[in-house]
Every structure is written in structure tokens, then in C-alpha cells.
Design a protein around this ligand. Sequence first.
Ligand code: ATP
Length: 138
Amino acid sequence: MHMDLKEKNHKRKQNIWKNTQFRKSFGHAWDGVKTIWQEERNMRNHVAFGMLPIVAGFLFRVSNIEWIVLVLCVFLVIIMEFLNTIIETVVDMVTNYEYHPLAKKAKDIAAGAVLVTACFTVVIAAIIFLPKLIKLVF
Ligand SMILES: Nc1ncnc2c1ncn2[C@@H]1O[C@H](COP(=O)(O)OP(=O)(O)OP(=O)(O)O)[C@@H](O)[C@H]1O
């Protein structure tokens, strides 16, 4: 019985026009990006602050490898904010906005992950830009 259902589902999936499926999946993913942009102020702040190392990168004419590291760091913070928002949303759904010590733990740790990643980005930016700045000033 269980196998029949599995086989039926598998066949149904094979019959779906792959392109339509892909377009649908892309549409849902894009909805997610729009939602986090519209509803999460922190995400907009991260993107705004992420512009700073990018602008500095142009001003100081950083090398290709430095560009790769900087862009990776900026995207790492953005990805961590996505994960933080996912955790916050699931916790709110499970707790229905009621206080729970484990909800606090999950949300605080998720926020901590964003903070640690942002600090990491600042350290990397300092490693890249401080020597250039010192050279420029002295
Ligand atoms: N259900 C809950 N139970 C216990 N503590 C909670 C709960 N919801 C939130 N908190 C506490 O309040 C803090 C803020 O939670 P909130 O959901 O408002 O996220 P936030 O820090 O405002 O993040 P963002 O601004 O990205 O939405 C959490 O880090 C946690 O310490």
C-alpha cells in the first residue's frame, strides 16, 4: 500500500513538465527574497552596511582575490540573516508568540550567529583595508 503510493507520486512527478516546475520553484524562492526584504529591517541594514566594503573596494582598487573574499563575507552575513529569520519564523509558529525558554535560546543563538559573522566580516575588512589606509596616510 505504502509502496503503491510512493510509486504513484514518483510517476506523477515524472509527468510534470520540468520547466513549469522550475519556474514555480523559482517564483516561490523569489517570493521569499521579497518577503525578507520587505519585512526585515535588519536585512536592509545588512545590505546597506555591506555596501561599505564594496565601495571601499572600488576606492582602494583591491585585487581580484580581495574582491572575492569581500563579496563572500558580505553574502555570508546576508545568508546568516536569512537563516536567523527562518528560525525566528519557525519559533514564532511553534510557540504562537508565547514565552518559552527554549524559544529564547533558539532565537538568541540565531541572532548570535549573525553577530559573529558580522564581526568576522569586520575583521576581514580590517585585514584588507587597514594596511592600504596606513600606506595612504603615512
Ligand atoms: N517566544 C519567545 N519566548 C522567549 N523569548 C523570546 C520569544 N520570542 C522572542 N524572544 C526573545 O526576544 C528576542 C527578540 O526576538 P524577536 O523575535 O523580536 O527578534 P528580533 O531580535 O527583533 O529580530 P528581528 O529584528 O530580526 O526580527 C529574542 O532574541 C529572544 O531573546
